[in-house]
Design a protein around this ligand. Structure first.
Ligand SMILES: *[C@@H]1O[C@H](CO)[C@@H](O)[C@H](O)[C@H]1NC(C)=O
Ligand SMILES: *[C@@H]1O[C@H](CO)[C@@H](O)[C@H](O)[C@H]1NC(C)=O
Ligand SMILES: *[C@@H]1O[C@H](CO)[C@@H](O)[C@H](O)[C@H]1NC(C)=O
Ligand SMILES: *[C@@H]1O[C@H](CO)[C@@H](O)[C@H](O)[C@H]1NC(C)=O
Length: 168
């Protein structure tokens, strides 16, 4: 009895998965993420400083309103913003938990957004899950890969490749 129930459940899950596969559209997005660390145009604001006795930043919390551009130059077309919260949650490695909405305001994705959530270790290629979306990205699922291209005291630029499966 238990066996036939689980077989029915398994069949339903497989049917849903194949329906999702058949109906979902795949999109590859490529853009550059620009974060200004200091000065009057800073796009990151520390709201809680870490109060550790050592150099660890564990416990620090920031909000960000970073720029998404077509290219890596400062004057490249602005296509959206990455707005979110970032907290240093790694006691040993200062890794960050970032919860970010990528909101598109120009180009073919204007008016749509992606919710990207996950772990950030600065200086490496960062892989994070896409956990949802709005507009043309409704019911999005997928992943994003971010690779640092500029990393200075005043700014960070990451190249983003995002692969999403979503409703048409
Ligand atoms: C801030 O941005 C404005 C507008 O883009 C620019 O004119 C100004 O020079 C920038 N300020 C700094 C400190 O970079
Ligand atoms: C965090 O520390 C920096 C550097 O000491 C300081 O400029 C800033 O005002 C502090 N921010 C908060 C929210 O405490
Ligand atoms: C954009 O900025 C780059 C350097 O960051 C410069 O080489 C290029 O000429 C600029 N383009 C325009 C159209 O201003
Ligand atoms: C993006 O969409 C908004 C809302 O529909 C519209 O007002 C705006 O003009 C669009 N921007 C571009 C650059 O197409």
């Amino acid at each position: 009895m238990a066996c036939s129930i689980s077989q029915t459940v398994l069949f339903s899950v497989l049917l849903l998965l194949s329906l999702h596969e058949a109906c979902a559209k795949q999109t590859h997005l490529h853009f550059y993420f620009h974060e200004i660390l200091s000065g009057s145009n800073a796009t990151v604001m520390i709201v809680v400083n870490a109060s550790n006795s050592d150099s660890s930043t564990y416990g620090a919390i920031s909000v960000v309103d970073d720029m998404l551009r077509e290219g890596q130059d400062d004057n490249s077309t602005l296509i959206g913003r990455a707005q979110g919260l970032a907290a240093v949650v790694g006691k040993e490695d200062n890794s960050i938990l970032a919860m970010t909405n990528f909101v598109f305001t120009d180009g073919e994705y204007n008016g749509s957004s992606l919710a990207i959530y996950g772990r950030v270790v600065q200086g490496t290629t960062i892989e994070r899950p896409v956990i949802g979306g709005t507009g043309m990205f409704r019911i999005a699922t997928g992943y994003s890969l971010a690779t640092p291209v500029i990393s200075s005291d005043t700014k960070l630029v990451y190249e983003f490749n995002v692969y999403v499966w979503h409703m048409d």
